[in-house]
Design a protein around this ligand. Structure first.
Ligand code: SF4
Ligand code: SF4
Length: 367
């Protein structure tokens, strides 16, 4: 388990807020208290015994979505997210936590995921290659969309591919909540359910990053390799009739795929193969701003997370006002659905879906 790093607390509290302009909770709520500097100052004051743990302080610990945007800007190589996570785990253990955190854990116990009831009930089937769509996709999309991902992957690999059952969510929200025991049990069960799988192909980058980076820290030996959907699909299998002129789209790097997993070029190459022209935000690749679609903050402060995702897309909105009608593409349903909820006036797409449709020769959006 992470622990509170006194060096980070001391360094950040003395910093002139050099990463305040990238922290989603600070931007979404426009509150100085939620800048990494002030969050770590409060962690330090608590550790020194100058303030006590109460609901207000716990809310500050929960105002972090583990995006790493602060660390990517930090000249002093500090990682506030780790210490904030450790603080949340203590707050959770003492049950001094915001009500929405209790609700997320409760929904996990009842429905197996942080969203709520999922209608789809595909057969429990196993194969060497299994596709994990992610609970966000099961919750927000019709079952046929998952089937499209499965068919395209099967065609790409020319061997049977089955889907993981929607109940088998990775448990990232439990982890972000600081519910360590619940998360450990959940992760153990997840691995047990997939013990006969050799390749777990994961569509949502939040789930892929979580299973790859957190499960081994629990001492779990993964019987399968974890591959992201973009990486599992063979680009050479694309036999698409290209349009004469590429269609411009903005690409937004999701933090778990980009900053945390180092996958920057592949989505851009896929878009090029599909004959789209990639437009870049001013901050992209490792410096991309996070949407607040992952972690716990979207659950503890949905308004702040959505406001931030709305502000983030101002450049795209301005392009639309100029009559350019430009769309946004990102990767995974967690990102897509969160950004869409914040920006119902814009067109937001999931690259996984485009790749699957491209390989199956189905019509693509904007064509
Ligand atoms: S992470 Fe770095 S830039 Fe951000 S507050 Fe801490 S020391 Fe400053
Ligand atoms: S990890 Fe992200 S949300 Fe957390 S303090 Fe850093 S910038 Fe803010």
């Amino acid at each position: 388990m992470n622990s509170i790093d006194p060096n980070t607390a001391a360094t950040c509290r003395a910093c002139p807020k050099l990463c305040r302009h990238v922290c989603p909770p600070a931007l979404g709520e426009m509150r100085e208290t939620l800048t990494p500097t002030h969050k770590m100052n409060l962690v330090a004051l608590w550790q020194e015994g100058q303030i006590g743990l109460d609901q207000d302080l716990a809310e500050v610990f929960y105002a972090c979505n583990d995006c790493g945007a602060c660390t990517s800007r930090c000249q002093l190589k500090q990682n506030p997210a780790e210490s904030l996570y450790a603080a949340r785990a203590i707050a959770y253990q003492k049950q001094v936590i915001p009500q929405p955190v209790k609700d997320v854990v409760e929904r996990h116990h009842t429905h197996g995921n942080p969203f709520g009831p999922i209608e789809a009930d595909p057969p429990h089937e196993q194969a060497n290659i299994q596709i994990l769509a992610g609970c966000s996709m099961w919750y927000h999309q019709p079952e046929e969309e998952v089937e499209t991902l499965r068919q395209a992957l099967q065609q790409s690999h020319t061997q049977p591919v089955k889907v993981c059952h929607p109940e088998h969510c990775c448990g990232a929200a439990l982890h972000a909540a600081g519910a360590l025991d619940d998360h450990r049990n959940h992760a153990n069960l997840f691995v047990h359910h997939h013990r006969h799988v050799t390749s777990l192909v994961v569509a949502d980058p939040h789930c892929a990053h979580h299973i790859r980076s957190v499960y081994p820290k629990l001492g779990l030996n993964l019987p399968f390799q974890v591959i992201h959907y973009l990486q599992a699909m063979e680009r050479s299998n694309l036999s698409r009739k290209h349009k004469t002129r590429p269609t411009p789209v903005f690409y937004l790097d999701p933090s778990p795929l980009g900053r945390h997993s180092g996958v920057f070029l592949l989505p851009r190459h896929w878009l090029k193969d599909l004959n789209y022209e990639v437009l870049e935000f001013v901050s992209s690749h490792n410096q991309a701003l996070d949407t607040a679609a992952g972690g716990i903050y979207r659950w503890t402060s949905p308004e702040g997370a959505l406001r931030h995702a709305h502000q983030l897309l101002m450049p795209l909105r301005q392009s639309s006002e100029n009559g350019e009608n430009v769309a946004l593409i990102t990767v995974g349903e967690s990102e897509r659905s969160h950004i869409e909820e914040a920006n119902p006036d814009l067109k937001i797409f999931d690259l996984n879906n485009w790749i699957a449709k491209g390989l199956l020769n189905l019509p693509l959006p904007l064509e």
